[in-house]
Design a protein around this ligand. Structure first.
Ligand code: GAR
Length: 193
């Protein structure tokens, strides 16, 4: 299975995914693509020996043009699966349809709670005792596709959005590679870590 990873930032999830795809793993990374030329994850991917590409959304006049260029760059790498890993652009239903059933995302909340942005601040404001992360299939509806895995962490006294984010991110690094492996092996169902 050929896997393309889409990033916008530091790429720590990308790194754990790429590092997981070795040995008897049925998948291999074929491309790391960023919509931001300055994304720290690009240098990490290069250091890991994975081909990289940039499709800069600011260089396109509208979403349709950006997604056309994104689709072209992805098709050139011929992936079987696209893993969104901190990719911070909303993808339209039209784009997603072209990759239906072949796209995963990691999201820093226990979906269906807190789709969208500022998940940790919202969990703290709500007084939640637990937070976590979700890996789900991507559909045309934001952060709402079928859930393939979740990991939970406690919310601790004195937590700020940053301390909670760090605790959740650590679990993302365990959850996402584990779910990717299950998907690559054709294992159905939801993984709970
Ligand atoms: C991760 O926490 C990921 O769940 C989140 O961005 C961070 C990226 O970190 N994604 C979203 O919020 C998607 N809406 P990373 O670049 O170090 O993997």
């Amino acid at each position: 299975m050929r896997v393309a990873v889409l990033i916008s930032g530091g790429g720590s999830n990308m790194e754990t995914l790429v590092r997981s795809m070795t040995g008897d793993h049925p998948a291999r990374p074929v491309l790391v693509l960023s919509n931001r030329p300055g994304a720290g994850g690009l240098a990490k991917a290069e250091a890991l020996g994975v081909p990289t590409a940039v499709v800069d959304h600011t260089a396109h006049p509208d979403r349709e043009s950006f997604e056309g260029a994104l689709d072209e760059a992805l098709r050139a790498a011929n992936p079987d699966l696209i893993a969104l890993a901190g990719f911070m652009r909303i993808l339209t239903p039209g784009f997603v349809r072209g990759w239906a059933g072949r796209m995963l995302n990691v999201h820093p909340s226990l979906l269906p709670k807190y789709p969208g942005l500022h998940t940790h601040a919202r969990a703290l404001a709500a007084g939640d005792a637990e937070a976590g992360c979700t890996v789900h299939e991507v559909t045309g509806e934001l952060d709402a596709g079928p859930i393939r895995g979740q990991a939970r962490v406690p919310v601790l006294p004195g937590d700020t959005p940053d301390t909670l984010a760090a605790r959740v991110l650590e679990r993302e690094h365990a959850l996402y590679p584990a779910v990717l492996r299950r998907v690559a092996e054709g294992t159905p169902g939801v993984l709970h870590l």
